[in-house]
Design a binder for this molecule. Structure first.
Ligand SMILES: [Zn+2]
Length: 404
């Protein structure tokens, strides 16, 4: 089956007809459809699908044996996300298996295709939750207690999808069986287009984290409450947004308030509370810390001025990731030998590969994104570039899993 055929089948699942964006939130019907599609496609190819206890799907080509070569990405999305983020890596992995089969390749080392769960953290707030649980960097009880915006816990969501949330947590046996992980992903940014390359190799991932800001004020009447008497949490929140932009520019970082909830969210009421989430990233950890400290202290000052109480809590943090240099060099060599010039790039985006990199040799391939736009329905990759990604991934798999 070609990449385009596979893509056509997955494309409509979880897409909002109004915005054209994807809402593939974990443990929802859209997510179940994507999982069923992956399982079906894997089984059609004779792969054996073993879901792990954390909800990640593993499709084995050949008997699971130590030193397996893993490849894949995630199927969930951000709110109104693009179709390529995550899905491209999963579809490419299936298409690469087909391509290798056509060439009569049979793996000497096991090959396993993976679809990680809740990579975006769009529903439960913690990105890469599936890989973090697997590697044991998230406490299972804390994970079970995570809630979505309507108060449903992860434990409840998993149970309603037929999984036993009591079993989530680290799986060292599964990890020990993996010799390498290669994640192909759509480029999020625009570095490859001006270089004229369809495919790139990741160098590392910027350190990044999420912080929740709770501004607690006092609800009041928008018509009768005197300005001087108000404790309006929207005011320190909005000043904080501007301060974040300024602090990021000064420190050479990026800082974003992309999610905000006003309570009770009424047009004619001073809000009682504003909850907002800060995402901050920078080339190094000290810069992330300085940027967040600057934003936080500015926010405390603004809140005090308005009689608003502020509490700030870190929800997740990922240190600087450097991908395995030996694996990266080997991939560059394999691609170069086939005439593929794949530049090495850093990225500000987090990935499951970044989490797994702490446990095993890990690498990433990027497929050119002509506009650089991601986490948006406008995200795009040309079909020819996706096919170049399939070729590159197949070359890498045949090198890592083939006869030596
Ligand atoms: Zn992604």
């Amino acid at each position: 089956m070609t990449f385009a055929d596979l893509w056509r089948e997955l494309e409509p699942l979880g897409r909002d007809p109004g915005t054209g964006g994807y809402r593939r939130y974990s443990w929802t019907p859209a997510d179940a459809q994507c999982r069923a599609w992956f399982t079906r496609e894997a089984e059609k190819r004779g792969l054996t699908v073993h879901p792990d206890a954390n909800g990640n799907l593993w499709a084995w080509w050949g008997e699971p044996r130590p030193g397996a070569v893993a490849t894949g990405s995630h199927l969930d999305s951000v709110p109104d996300g693009g179709g390529f983020d995550g899905a491209l890596g999963v579809v490419t992995a299936l298409a690469a298996v087909d391509l290798l089969r056509e060439k009569a390749f049979y793996p000497e080392r096991s090959v396993v295709l993976v679809a990680f769960t809740e990579e975006e953290g769009a529903r439960f707030g913690v990105p890469c939750l599936g890989s973090r649980l697997l590697t044991g960097v998230v406490d299972p009880q804390a994970a079970r207690d995570l809630t979505d915006d309507s108060g449903i816990t992860l434990a409840e969501a998993m149970a309603s999808a037929g999984l036993d949330p009591a079993l989530i947590g680290p799986d060292p046996a599964l990890l020990d069986g993996l010799g390498a992980f290669v994640e192909l992903h759509v480029e999020q940014g625009r570095a490859l287009a001006p270089m004229g390359s369809a495919v790139g190799i990741a160098e590392g991932i910027w350190p990044h984290g999420r912080w929740r800001f709770d501004f607690q004020g006092r609800a009041d009447h928008a018509g009768t409450a005197r300005l001087a008497d108000r404790q309006d949490p929207m005011l320190p929140y909005s000043s904080t947004v501007l301060a974040a932009r300024q602090a990021a520019a000064e420190h050479g970082a990026v800082a974003t308030f992309g999610k905000v909830i006003a309570e009770p969210n009424g047009t004619n009421a001073v809000p009682s509370a504003v909850r907002a989430w800060l995402d901050a990233r920078a080339p190094d950890e000290a810069t992330v810390e300085e940027t967040v400290t600057t934003i936080r202290s500015a926010s405390e000052r603004f809140s005090q001025e308005q009689g608003v109480t502020l509490s700030v809590r870190q929800e997740s943090y990922t240190p600087l990731v450097r991908f395995d240099k030996a694996l990266r060099d080997r991939i560059a060599e394999v691609l170069a030998a086939s005439g593929i010039d794949a530049p090495v790039l850093p990225t500000g985006a987090g990935h499951d590969a970044g989490v797994l990199a702490a446990r095993l040799p890990t690498a990433m391939l990027f497929v050119r994104n002509p506009t650089g736009v991601s986490h948006s329905p406008a995200e795009h990759a040309d079909l020819a570039d996706c096919e170049a990604g399939v070729q590159a991934l197949a070359l890498v798999i045949s090198d890592l899993a083939g006869p030596k």
